[in-house]
Design a protein around this ligand. Structure first.
Ligand SMILES: CC(C)(COP(=O)(O)OP(=O)(O)OC[C@H]1O[C@@H](n2cnc3c(N)ncnc32)[C@H](O)[C@@H]1OP(=O)(O)O)[C@@H](O)C(=O)NCCC(=O)NCCS
Length: 149
């Protein structure tokens, strides 16, 4: 049983905390400007708190009955406690509220943990994007995953 997270739409003042997490958990982190742009673009940008501390966030875009997950992360020291599942569930519920009928995302082939998380939440592999992501010494494929709601 995981702790209940507090959740709200991100504010400009949250971005420093979000970028700190982003830099510790992502190989190719988004920049501060990427997050600021997400706020102004009116993407869905949710932050999740435990004891007043940001433990995770996601950014999604819902258009034409489709939800696209653009970014999702949990603070490194709070991973493997079920919070990733909690955020994916939150996206599923929010997508239904917005009458989306499917959710899509892209993930690195090497990101086994995230792939397992999505599979456990009903996502299937839809295709491969060749050489989609940079690595330390080259490129790696991306997997396009999707879920019908
Ligand atoms: C992917 C991420 C969001 C998962 O968050 P989390 O809070 O650690 O996830 P949870 O604890 O809810 O669940 C982890 C699931 O991953 C899987 N998992 C955990 N460790 C794993 C490992 N070493 N190898 C394979 N699968 C693993 C399990 O299926 C587990 O589910 P289970 O508890 O039902 O068995 C988090 O690791 C993260 O922020 N990663 C960096 C950013 C990132 O990669 N985002 C996704 C980009 S597409």
């Amino acid at each position: 049983m995981i702790a209940i997270l507090e959740e709200r739409d991100a504010h400009l003042a949250d971005i420093n905390g979000v970028v700190k997490i982003e830099n510790e958990v992502h190989f190719s982190p988004w920049s501060t400007k990427n997050f600021q742009d997400s706020l102004t673009a009116k993407n869905i940008f949710k932050v999740f708190f435990l004891d007043d501390m940001i433990v995770g966030y996601y950014i999604a875009l819902i258009a034409a009955n489709e939800c696209q997950i653009l970014n999702i992360a949990i603070k490194a020291c709070k991973q493997n406690k079920g919070f990733g599942h909690y955020l994916v569930n939150h996206i599923k519920n929010l997508s239904r509220d917005f009458h989306a009928t499917s959710i899509f995302l892209e993930v690195r082939v090497s990101n086994v943990k995230a792939i397992k998380l999505y599979e456990k939440n009903g996502f299937n592999e839809l295709g491969i994007r060749n050489n989609y992501y940079k690595t330390l010494n080259g490129k790696e494929n991306g997997i396009l995953m999707g879920l019908e709601l």
